[in-house]
Design a binder for this molecule. Structure first.
Ligand SMILES: C[S@@+](CC[C@H](N)C(=O)[O-])C[C@H]1O[C@@H](n2cnc3c(N)ncnc32)[C@H](O)[C@@H]1O
Length: 298
């Protein structure tokens, strides 16, 4: 295998995989996403312009040779919110296309991230069958951000596949960090994050409002619909004076394990930032996934 290892990031979003690669010998040589806002964030942080094309429309020649593929396909086809339309959901078609390309490209490693609903889907069966036919050993597992000692629950499902080296269980301990919730919350005076008392009263029954100073306070999963502030899209923070506020996008990014080097553009609307970060992945989880193939340096 050549050094450094090369990777392509498919459905790259804001680049959680590129962020996880900062501390490894892995060089991301191409990224793909059709969302211009996500691509702007990606380019400004990693200096690489993602290819802004619908992955469904790409062919073999559009994918450079690389040792690693990382992919985070849309999770809506496998989530309750998206009615679990699975393989007939139009949003599954880009993954279907990539599954067709795998036998022609055969990267050494392929890593896939999705919601836990992916486990018993037809797309999962199709993907697993292709991996087996192409000679990949694979292991799958769920990792929740809380496993790393972070005050946030965000379970995600991962499949690691290798054609070259034997895979081992993910090394969770290596990426543990013990920080309580107030250590992540720095924006208590940002009025743009405050909810009106009327909104809080109207929706109180379905909101997850968290007092960060309670012992073992934790936040629930943030989704791309967080800024709409309805049920189950993410927790809200109770301030001492009775005010309830959103968690700021840069606080969420820190909860996801992004480094201080990572920046969301100042001039991007809050609603866009929330949508982008709600789609992203826990960086520690990605490193733990890479550890299954001994691909993490630190
Ligand atoms: C679940 S998010 C992945 C986010 C990413 N892992 C991150 O760190 O932010 C899925 C991403 O895939 C992109 N996407 C969805 N369908 C696509 C398609 N057919 N072609 C290209 N990009 C697509 C979306 O714009 C979105 O950014």
């Amino acid at each position: 295998m050549v050094s450094p290892l090369t990777a392509i990031e498919l459905f790259s979003g804001i680049g959680a995989f590129a962020e996880a690669c900062r501390s490894t010998g892995i060089k991301v040589v191409a990224a793909y996403d059709q969302n211009e806002h996500a691509n702007k964030v990606y380019k400004s942080n990693f200096g690489l312009e993602p290819i802004k094309r619908n992955l469904e429309s790409l062919g073999l020649e559009d994918f450079p040779q690389a040792n690693i593929w990382w992919m985070s396909p849309p999770c809506t086809p496998f989530s309750r919110r998206g009615e679990r339309k699975d393989d007939v959901d139009p949003r599954s078609q880009a993954l279907a296309k990539l599954i067709e390309i795998i036998p022609q490209r055969l990267p050494d490693f392929i890593f896939l991230e999705n919601v836990e609903g992916f486990i018993d889907s037809k797309m999962h069966d199709r993907y697993s069958k292709t991996l087996a036919e192409c000679g990949y050993q694979n292991i799958s597992f769920s990792i929740c951000s809380s496993t790393f000692g972070v005050p946030m629950r965000r379970p995600r499902f991962f499949i690691a596949a290798s054609r070259t080296v034997p895979l081992v269980e993910p090394d969770i301990e290596r990426f543990r960090e013990s920080r309580n919730l107030p250590e992540f919350l720095t924006r208590n005076d940002d009025h743009r994050l405050f909810l009106s008392p009327e909104t809080v009263e109207k929706y109180r029954a379905v909101l997850n409002i968290v007092d960060p100073h309670q012992t073992d306070a934790y936040l629930i999963c943030f989704t791309r619909g967080y800024f709409k502030c309805r049920k189950a899209s993410g927790s809200l923070i109770q301030l001492p004076d009775g005010i309830v506020r959103f968690v700021a996008p840069d606080e969420i990014i820190e909860l996801f394990g992004f480094s201080g080097e990572f920046r969301l553009p100042e001039d991007m609307p809050l609603s866009v930032k929330w949508r982008l970060v709600g789609n992203s992945v826990d960086v520690r989880a990605i490193r733990a996934v890479l550890s299954t193939a001994q691909l993490v340096c630190r």
